[in-house]
Design a protein around this ligand. Structure first.
Ligand SMILES: Nc1nc2c(c(=O)[nH]1)N[C@H]1C(S)=C(S)[C@@H](COP(=O)(O)OP(=O)(O)OC[C@H]3O[C@@H](n4cnc5c(=O)[nH]c(N)nc54)[C@H](O)[C@@H]3O)O[C@H]1N2
Ligand SMILES: Nc1nc2c(c(=O)[nH]1)N[C@H]1C(S)=C(S)[C@@H](COP(=O)(O)OP(=O)(O)OC[C@H]3O[C@@H](n4cnc5c(=O)[nH]c(N)nc54)[C@H](O)[C@@H]3O)O[C@H]1N2
Ligand code: SF4
Ligand SMILES: [Mo]
Length: 743
């Protein structure tokens, strides 16, 4: 059965039906999509190709085309015109279709007439929902001040609302997951070293050697980035992978350094010290661009191979082998800056060491090295800057985290929520983020949320965080709306210097009562008294105006199959005035180590093992857990346990277990054991994002174990205020019995 109803009719049928039967059944009937993962797609005759899709199953944003039949999206493919991902998309990109028609998706504005955390949902009209959001946020603002509203945004649709709260309402207390739990440290550490935010700007496709520190391509999937990495390997690049686990990348490596978790800075210092001592660094580059080489040389001189070998629990000769390999291939080496880098609370130092290593190898601006290809800048239409209560910036009040990425470190916000000091935080807006599974220490998040006067959430799915909303608003997903202009360059930028501009355009119409972020934010802004500040009337207008600034339009992009391509610039070369601060006076003045320094992390208590986590190749965090195709591909996240340890514990592959951490928190669901020599004896590993607890997720709820539930201890990176999450220790629980993990 196909969907062939007008929007109005759809709303009528949907809301009538909602009164009597469960929502999931309603949509299944309406769309003809039932939860059978093996339903064959049928033939694709009679389909029409719609261009202009931009994926957001993850944040890499590959360009898509959709095959549409009877107004229903039946298949997603990479846009053949793309000079980024090309025709390729990953498993998650493919499965976007199952998100689009997921019967569990949010469809109407909802009001929680139960408790936060134990919601009882009542469907309400948009009018009522917006009135309540506007009035209750305004009430918080009037009673306590603008800074007393906190916001937790993530993703494309959250950018416009984030700007509203920062610029118009005037709160600093905005904490983006992409910064404080992801890559903020990386950006700050590279900025502090050579004033360039790194992104993932390494020219792996043309490298002679690639060094990955805790990155694992193949499990971490970003299509064009993986293409560049594989191209490099195909061309013969030597791969060094530093990881306590035999990851997908370790499996392709020439050297796998099975490092003790938390000790990478010691490893990097020893590599750099060796290169300096043996005169195997790039003297010309250092003389031309590096500041403080002599202090740096002196400051790392303690880092002998033996010193690092003891700390990192790897052979000294392996560290030497890595240093020699990098030197032999310099300057064409990709020292990958990493992406999720908030690990242990000592991370700024590690990432700065990566930046310094890049510099002393002279691997900046050269083929295979750190290179930043220049895409086109398309400026987002945004809210006008209003009054901003600068004196309420929590970071400045506490004189902390001088290298914080933009926004406010999450922990400062949560602490203020719970203590009421230096001021209360009583209003909360969560937009495209799932803090329950994103931020460590869930009890603290719950305490922060419970003391709020008002919590609103904008999402597309019911998730663990939406259970804490007072008002829950449904957005269309990325396949049903205009949004965000993706720009970039040819993926192999040595090949061709080209740039592209690809605005997200809908492949199908939005269903039910879902409304986009610009509409929602504008309506709330009106109700908060900011109608005069509204910069655009609609999302489509916003995209059109942004495109007009680069002499394009939606109409034109439709003619160009969704992607405008133009000549770009040669990305190679180094600015004459580039300065690399091997030693930084600024860091020293702010009380931080001025040269990269190893700071030890806590050891596991007896009977416990360190818990580390990472990406599942077919899932994106928690957001894809209810996707029936992806769930089928990897329904739980097995806990990796070293085979010798498993033997001693009497555990075998596939045994069902739970986990308990050293703070006594037991996982609320279970998973299975993966017995493998591919993990260190002092470490267990699981994929992040599993174990949702929202019962409205009919596929994803209680599937696997939520790593975040077990991460109760967070270490704060002093320079940036970001959340280190890998200082947590666990035991396994089998048949109700807690099992010690032998040393
Ligand atoms: N323990 C642990 N914690 C981690 C990580 C880890 O590996 N382990 N990884 C960290 C990293 S690298 C990151 S980037 C963060 C990710 O953190 P999040 O971005 O919070 O992760 P998601 O699970 O993707 O949650 C995003 C939410 O956005 C919703 N959503 C999806 N599309 C839309 C949309 O179009 N509109 C709206 N309004 N909502 C939408 C989803 O349903 C979901 O509720 O997590 C960090 N936290
Ligand atoms: N399929 C898929 N791909 C994704 C995402 C996704 O959700 N799904 N998310 C995207 C996002 S937002 C991000 S930020 C990136 C994150 O991708 P990455 O930056 O690659 O980060 P993680 O997945 O957290 O990497 C975890 C790896 O670090 C290793 N590790 C743990 N402790 C240590 C240690 O002390 N030292 C070293 N050297 N290694 C250690 C783990 O064993 C694991 O292999 O992935 C992106 N790509
Ligand atoms: S890497 Fe996969 S999930 Fe991410 S944007 Fe590309 S196709 Fe989508
Ligand atoms: Mo991330």
């Amino acid at each position: 059965m196909s969907v062939k109803v007008t929007r109005r009719k759809f709303l009528q049928t949907a809301s009538l039906a909602a009164a009597s039967i469960p929502l999931a059944k309603v949509v299944a009937a309406e769309t003809g999509f039932v939860k059978n993962p093996f339903t064959p797609p049928g033939s694709f005759t009679g389909t029409q190709t719609v261009t202009g899709g931009v994926c957001e199953m993850c944040f890499w944003r590959c360009q898509l085309v959709g095959k549409v039949r009877d107004k229903k999206l039946v298949k997603l493919e990479g846009n053949p015109k793309s000079i980024d991902n090309g025709k390729s998309i990953c498993a998650r990109g493919n499965a976007g279709i199952k998100l689009l028609y997921d019967p569990d998706r949010l469809k109407f504005p909802l009001k929680n007439v139960g408790e936060r955390g134990k919601p009882v949902w009542k469907q309400i009209s948009w009018e009522e929902a917006l009135d309540e959001c506007g009035a209750r946020l305004k009430a918080v603002q009037e009673k306590y001040g603008s800074h007393d509203i906190a916001m937790f945004p993530h993703g494309a649709s959250a950018k416009y609302p984030m700007d509203f709260f920062e610029k118009v309402v005037g709160t600093h207390n905005v904490s983006e997951a992409s910064f404080f739990q992801c890559r903020g440290i990386r950006d700050s550490a590279y900025m502090a070293t050579f004033s360039v935010p790194p992104d993932e700007s390494v020219d792996m496709a043309n490298a002679r050697a690639i060094l990955l520190i805790g990155c694992h391509f193949g499990e971490n999937v970003h299509v064009s980035h993986v293409k560049a990495y594989l191209k490099g390997l195909e061309n013969g690049a030597k791969l060094v992978v530093v990881d306590p686990r035999y990851s997908a990348s370790a499996a392709k490596s020439h050297i796998w350094v099975q490092i003790k978790p938390g000790t990478d800075t010691a490893f990097l210092l020893a590599v750099m010290n060796y290169l300096v001592e043996k005169d195997k660094y790039d003297k010309q580059f250092v003389a031309a661009h590096c500041v403080g080489f002599s202090q740096f040389k002196h400051g790392i001189s303690h880092a002998s191979l033996d010193w690092a070998a003891r700390i990192c629990d790897v052979p000294a000769r392996q560290i030497q082998e890595v240093a020699e390999l990098l030197a032999a291939n310099a300057p064409n080496v990709s020292i990958h800056p990493g992406r999720h880098v908030s690990w242990y609370g000592n991370d700024f130092q590690r990432v700065r060491a990566q930046a310094c290593l890049t510099a002393i190898l002279g691997a900046i601006g050269v083929k295979g090295g750190f290179v930043k290809p220049k895409g086109v800048k398309v400026k987002a239409i945004s809210w006008p800057k209003g009054e901003h209560g600068g004196e309420h910036n929590l970071r400045l009040l506490a004189d902390l985290h001088h290298y914080s990425p933009p926004g406010t470190p999450t922990e400062l916000i949560r602490d203020a929520c719970i203590s009421g000091k230096p001021y209360p935080i009583k209003g909360c807006v969560i937009w495209g983020q799932n803090p329950m599974q994103t931020i460590p220490n869930q009890q603290k998040t719950v305490a922060a949320l419970k003391q709020m006067d008002f919590v609103m959430c904008v999402d597309i799915m019911p998730t663990d965080i939406t259970m804490y909303a007072d008002i829950l608003l449904p957005e269309p997903c990325y396949l049903e709306k205009y949004d965000f202009i993706k720009t970039g360059t040819q993926w192999n930028f040595a090949d061709k210097h080209q740039q592209y501009i690809a605005p997200r355009m809908p492949l199908v119409d939005a269903m039910f009562e879902r409304r986009d972020g610009v509409w929602i934010m504008n309506e709330i802004a009106k109700r908060m008294g900011y109608e005069d500040k509204i910069p655009v009337a609609s999302l489509e207008e916003k995209i059109n105006k942004e495109l007009a600034a680069v002499n394009l339009s939606i109409e034109q992009l439709k003619k160009e199959e969704g992607i405008h391509i133009q000549d770009g610039k040669d990305p190679y070369g180094v600015a004459e005035d580039l300065e690399v601060l091997l030693y930084s006076e600024d860091l020293e003045e702010n009380g931080y180590p001025p040269i990269p320094t190893y700071i030890p992390v806590e050891e596991a208590p007896q009977g416990y093992s360190r818990l580390v986590y990472g990406r599942a190749p077919v899932h994106t965090f928690n957001r894809s857990q209810n996707n029936v195709w992806l769930h089928q591909a990897m329904p739980v996240n097995p806990v990796w346990l070293n085979d010798e340890i498993a033997g001693k514990m009497g555990l075998k592959e596939g045994d069902e277990v739970g986990l308990v951490n050293s703070d006594g928190i037991t996982s609320s669901s279970r998973t299975v054991v993966k017995v493998t020599p591919g993990i260190r004896k002092d470490t267990v590993y699981m994929a992040h994002g599993y174990g949702s607890r929202n019962p409205l997720l009919t596929v994803g709820a209680n599937a696997g174990v939520d790593d975040q539930e077990l991460i109760t201890r967070l270490a704060i990176d002093p320079e940036t205020g970001c959340n280190g999450m890998r200082n947590n220790f666990v035991k396994l629980v089998k048949d109700g019995k807690v099992l010690d993990i032998p040393a």
